[in-house]
Design a protein around this ligand. Structure first.
Ligand code: CU
Length: 217
């Protein structure tokens, strides 16, 4: 890039001083100079800004105990939202939880995987426990009142809504929801968002790196 820039300035220096010549080399040069000195543009949506995400929850575990984000202080948390009757994305996500735990090996002890239902009307504690255990017993399913689930999801910037066909029965519906995982540090602070379908090996590597960095502190 330095060479291109040097060539450009050389070109300016030797270009004829006619007004037409100035216009052409000026506009071409503008592009080159911008590429050489300006930082690359960032195109992050506001929702992805880590500083703005302050996750918290007050929910219920499968034993009916109240659980908050502070109950896992000292461990990293990997959180996904979804619902038991989800046909594809949620089972894939939970399978990924299982693979991440396997990749982490012994280090998995330092991570609490959490699955929060966005369908508390149907996903009781018992149903959630059976569901998460089918993938990996270490995954903790959390539910709560519709208000508390909504409050938790909002703090994670997770959107969801009930979708029902016109004329369908009251309990015949599906849930639209934000996919992916949210990774929290040992103080329950936001570290990263992992997009849906990011390979388990990659997520495990990022988690391991965060654990290593934390241990070195
Ligand atoms: Cu789902």
């Amino acid at each position: 890039m330095k060479l291109v820039s040097a060539l450009f300035w050389l070109l300016i220096a030797v270009s004829p001083a006619s007004s037409a010549g100035d216009t052409v080399s000026g506009s071409a040069g503008g592009k080159i100079v911008a590429a050489d000195t300006a930082p690359p543009p960032r195109h992050l949506p506001a929702a992805e800004e880590p500083a703005a995400l302050a996750p918290r929850y007050l929910l219920m575990d499968p034993h009916g105990r109240a659980v908050t984000i502070d109950d896992f202080r000292g461990r990293f948390q990997l959180v996904a939202f979804g619902f038991v009757s989800c046909p594809d994305v949620c089972p894939t996500t939970l399978l990924e939880f299982k693979h991440i735990l396997e990749h982490l090996g012994d280090e998995a002890k330092r991570l609490q995987p959490i699955f929060i239902t966005v369908d508390p009307e149907r996903d009781t504690a018992a149903i959630l426990r059976e569901y998460t255990a089918a993938f990996d017993a270490r995954i903790l399913g959390l539910t709560g009142s519709p208000q508390l689930v909504r409050r938790a999801a909002d703090s994670f910037r997770i959107q969801y809504e009930k979708v029902r066909e016109p004329g369908a029965a009251a309990d015949n519906y599906t849930m639209n929801h934000t996919a992916g995982m949210v990774f929290l540090d040992r103080q329950g602070r936001f570290l990263a968002r992992f997009a849906y379908a990011m390979p388990a090996t990659e997520i495990a590597a990022r988690i391991r790196a965060a654990m290593t960095a934390d241990s070195a502190r």
